[in-house]
Ligand binder design. Structure first.
Ligand code: FE
Ligand code: FE
Ligand code: FE
Length: 165
């Protein structure tokens, strides 16, 4: 099948639209299972951001003159499935918190890679409003990832049985 860069851009936006929607269902479940109050707050904050990211993607569809429509993101489905597996395998504990931070960071990295790509496509295709919107989301995903790294430094020590608080 012949495809253009614009086709790739649209496909990837549909993929992200579906991925973000999957996350709005997964994040509350993860927030419910964690012990650390700070981590719970982080997941809840990122849920709000995720809802806003969905709105941004709808604005991108608008610039493309398309009705917002997702296409199943198999990768996100797999990442979420792994996170759910951890929640089933590990009792509520500092260890589960450490595991869910790792799962969440895998999600952020997938998003960072994807948003970096679509931001660049949007620039190259001269959809400048979309490029700005996608850049905003990219920065949010990066900040979320960095926040998780900070939380991990504390929580992983607790999970290892350390005294550092
Ligand atoms: Fe996101
Ligand atoms: Fe995907
Ligand atoms: Fe995210």
């Amino acid at each position: 099948m012949e495809k253009t860069l614009k086709d790739l851009f649209v496909d990837e936006i549909k993929d992200l639209y579906n991925a973000e929607k999957q996350l709005t269902k997964a994040l509350p479940q993860m927030a419910k299972k964690v012990t650390s109050e700070k981590l719970k707050v982080a997941f809840e904050k990122h849920l709000k951001e995720t809802e806003n990211q969905i709105t941004r993607l709808e604005q991108v569809f608008k610039e493309l003159d398309l009705t917002p429509k997702g296409k199943k993101c198999e990768a996100m489905e797999g990442l979420i499935k792994e996170g759910k597996g951890l929640m089933e395998e590990i009792d509520k504990s500092d260890t589960l918190d450490a595991a869910l931070i790792a799962a969440a960071q895998k999600v952020e990295h997938y998003e960072i890679a994807s948003y970096g790509t679509v931001r660049t496509y949007a620039e190259q295709l001269n959809f400048s409003k979309s490029a700005d919107l996608l850049q905003e989301t990219l920065e949010e995903e990066s900040a979320s990832n960095e926040n998780l790294t900070e939380l991990a430094m504390k929580i992983n020590i607790e999970a290892a049985g350390g005294v550092e608080k």
